[in-house]
Design a protein around this ligand. Structure first.
Ligand code: NBP
Length: 478
C-alpha cells in the first residue's frame, strides 16, 4: 500500500460520503473507509470518477494509504461509535498524526478525547460541520478545534472545501480542545431559536390574516429580500408554498404538529444553566418542541383549559405584517446576542479565547443559520471585540429600537388572543430585563436572606449583610 492519500474519511454514511467527495472534487487524494465495506463500494461505484479515491476494506490498509502526518476524518454516529473508531485507529497511528472528529460530538467528550490523544502524541481535532448532507458535498461551515499546530496543515484543506462568502472561507480555527464542537452546539441552539421564532411569526400571521399557508409563504419570500434574508426564511417560504400531492392540501397542514429534537438544543440549554447565561430564546425553543411532543398533556389541556381570549382582529393587514416582521427581527437579535454571550462565557471558563466576530463570519455560508444579518454581528465585534452585550452595539440598538413598539404590540396581541408566542415574549422580557435600571432581584435577595440567611449587599455601602429576621431585625455585617 503506497501512502499517497492527503486526507482520509472513515464513516461513509450520507455525511462522510459527501465530505469525501467534496475533498476529491477539490483535487485531494482521499482515502475512504467504512466499518462495513458495502458503503465504500457504493461510493466507488457511484462517485468514484469524481476524483482520486483510495478505498480500503480494513482500517490498517486505510491508515497505511495516508501520507504523514496522517489526517483522518471520522464521520460516524456521535457517541460510542466515535470511541470505537478511535480505539481501532490508535495502534495504527504515529506521533504527529491528526485525528479529526467531524461528527456532532458533545464538547465534554471532545475535551476528554483530546486529552487522551494528546497524551499519545497525536492531535485531536473536534470539528463542527454544519449544512447537512448538501453542505458536506457543496461546502459546509466548518468549526475546527484542537491545537493551532494541527490547523496549520489541516486548515488549508478544510478551508478549501468549506463554503465561501465573498471569497472568504466559512472555516477558521476556533480554539483548543472542545471549542469547535462547543461553537457548533451553540450554532444548533441558535438554529432552534431561529426556527421557533419563524414558526411563531407564521402562526400569528395565519391567525391574524386568516390567510392560506401559500399566502404566508409569499410574505416570507418577500421578507427574504430584506434584513431577514437567510436560509431558514427562504426554506420556510418554500415549505409553506408546497402542496401535498396526495390530498392537495397545504403540506404544512398535513404534518403532525409534534416537533422532534436530536439533543443539541438540550445540550445548549443545559450548558447555559451550567454557565448561568440566560439563553432564554434557545431554552423556550427547546421547551416549545417538548411541549408540542407532550401528547397526554396537550390532550388534557385541550379538554380542560378555557381560553378567555379575544380573537385577533387585524384592521390594517400590511401594518400587522410589518409589526410581525419587526418583532421577528428583534427577537432574533436577542437569540443571537444570548448565544454569543454563551460563547463568551464558555470561552472564558475554558480559556479558549474564541473570536466571536470570526464565528459570525464562518456562519455566513454553508450552515443552517446562514444569513445576511451575520455580517452585522461580525462588524459589531470588529468595532469592539470585548463587547459585553451584542444588543448594545450601535447597529443593533438602532435596529431593535426602531422595531420596539411593533414588538410590544405583537407580544401583547398574541397574549390577548391566546396564541402561544413563547420565544417572542421571552425575548422581549429579556430585552426589558437587561435594560432595566433596577430589577426585583432585590426582593429575591431579601427573601433569601429571610429564610436561609443567604445575606445581601446594599446599594449604599460596601460589604455583605444579614438581617436578624426572627430576632430584633437589626442588621449585622456578615
Ligand atoms: P450516522 O450518524 O447515521 O452514522 C452512520 C455511520 O456510523 C456509518 O458509517 C456506520 O457504519 C458508522 N458506525 C456506527 Br452507526 N457504529 C460504528 C462503530 N461502532 N464503528 C464504526 N463505525 C460505526 O451518519 P451521518 O448521518 O452521515 O452522520 C455522521 C455524523 O455527522 C454524525 O455524528 C452526525 O451527528 C453528524 N452530522 C450529521 C448531519 C446530517 O445532516 N445528517 C449534519 C451535521 C452533522 P456502518 O455503515 O458500518 O453501519
Amino acid at each position: 500500500m503506497t501512502a499517497r492519500a492527503q486526507i482520509g474519511v472513515t464513516g461513509l454514511a450520507v455525511m462522510g460520503r459527501n465530505l469525501a467527495r467534496n475533498f476529491a472534487r477539490h483535487g485531494y487524494t482521499v482515502a475512504v473507509h467504512n466499518r462495513s465495506y458495502g458503503k465504500t463500494q457504493s461510493l466507488m461505484e457511484e462517485a468514484g470518477d469524481e476524483g482520486d479515491f483510495v478505498p480500503s476494506e480494513s482500517m490498517a490498509d486505510f491508515v497505511a494509504s495516508l501520507e504523514r502526518p496522517r489526517k483522518v476524518v471520522i464521520m460516524v454516529k456521535a457517541g460510542a461509535a466515535t470511541d470505537a473508531v478511535i480505539d481501532e485507529l490508535l495502534p495504527l497511528l504515529e506521533d504527529g498524526d491528526i485525528v479529526v472528529d467531524a461528527g456532532n460530538a458533545h464538547f465534554p467528550d471532545t475535551i476528554r478525547r483530546e486529552e487522551a490523544l494528546s497524551a499519545r502524541g497525536l492531535h485531536f481535532v473536534g470539528t463542527g460541520v454544519s449544512g447537512g448532507e448538501e453542505g458536506a458535498l457543496l461546502g459546509p461551515s466548518i468549526m475546527p478545534g484542537g491545537t493551532r499546530e494541527s490547523y496549520e496543515s489541516l486548515g488549508p484543506i478544510l478551508e478549501a472545501v468549506s463554503a465561501k462568502v465573498d471569497g472568504t472561507p466559512c472555516c477558521t480555527y476556533v480554539g483548543p480542545n472542545g471549542a469547535g464542537h462547543f461553537v457548533k452546539m451553540v450554532h444548533n441552539g441558535i438554529e432552534y431559536a431561529d426556527m421557533q421564532l419563524i414558526a411563531e411569526a407564521y402562526d400569528l400571521l395565519r391567525a391574524g390574516l386568516g390567510a392560506s399557508a401559500a399566502e404566508i409563504g409569499e410574505i416570507f419570500a418577500a421578507w427574504n429580500e430584506g434584513d431577514l434574508e437567510s436560509f431558514l426564511i427562504e426554506i420556510t417560504a418554500d415549505v409553506l408554498r408546497h402542496v401535498d400531492a396526495e390530498t392537495g392540501q397545504a403540506f404544512v397542514d398535513i404534518v403532525l404538529d409534534q416537533a422532534e429534537q436530536k439533543g443539541t438544543g438540550r445540550w445548549t440549554v443545559q450548558n447555559g444553566l451550567d454557565l448561568g447565561v440566560p439563553i432564554t430564546g434557545i431554552a423556550e425553543a427547546t421547551f416549545a418542541r417538548a411541549l408540542s411532543g407532550g401528547v397526554p398533556q396537550r390532550e388534557a389541556g385541550r379538554r380542560a383549559l378555557p381560553a378567555n381570549a379575544e380573537p385577533l382582529q387585524v384592521a390594517d393587514r400590511d401594518a400587522f405584517v410589518e409589526d410581525v416582521r419587526q418583532a421577528l427581527y428583534a427577537s432574533k437579535v436577542v437569540a443571537y446576542s444570548q448565544g454569543f454571550d454563551q460563547i463568551a462565557a464558555a470561552s472564558a471558563e475554558h480559556g479558549w479565547d474564541i473570536d466571536r466576530g470570526a464565528m459570525a463570519r464562518i456562519w455566513r455560508g454553508g450552515c443552517i443559520i446562514r444569513a445576511r444579518f451575520l455580517n452585522r454581528i461580525t462588524e459589531a465585534y470588529e468595532r469592539d471585540p470585548q463587547l459585553p452585550l451584542l444588543l448594545s452595539d450601535e447597529y443593533f440598538t438602532d435596529a431593535v429600537g426602531n422595531g420596539l413598539s411593533a414588538w410590544r404590540r405583537v407580544v401583547a396581541r398574541a397574549a390577548s388572543a391566546g396564541i402561544p408566542a413563547p420565544a417572542f415574549s421571552s425575548s422581549l422580557a429579556y430585552y426589558d430585563g437587561v435594560r432595566a435600571e433596577r430589577l426585583p432581584a432585590a426582593l429575591i435577595q431579601a427573601q433569601r436572606d429571610f429564610f436561609g440567611a443567604h445575606t445581601y449587599r446594599r446599594t449604599d455601602r460596601e460589604g455583605t449583610f444579614h438581617t436578624l429576621w426572627s430576632g430584633d431585625r437589626s442588621e449585622q455585617e456578615a
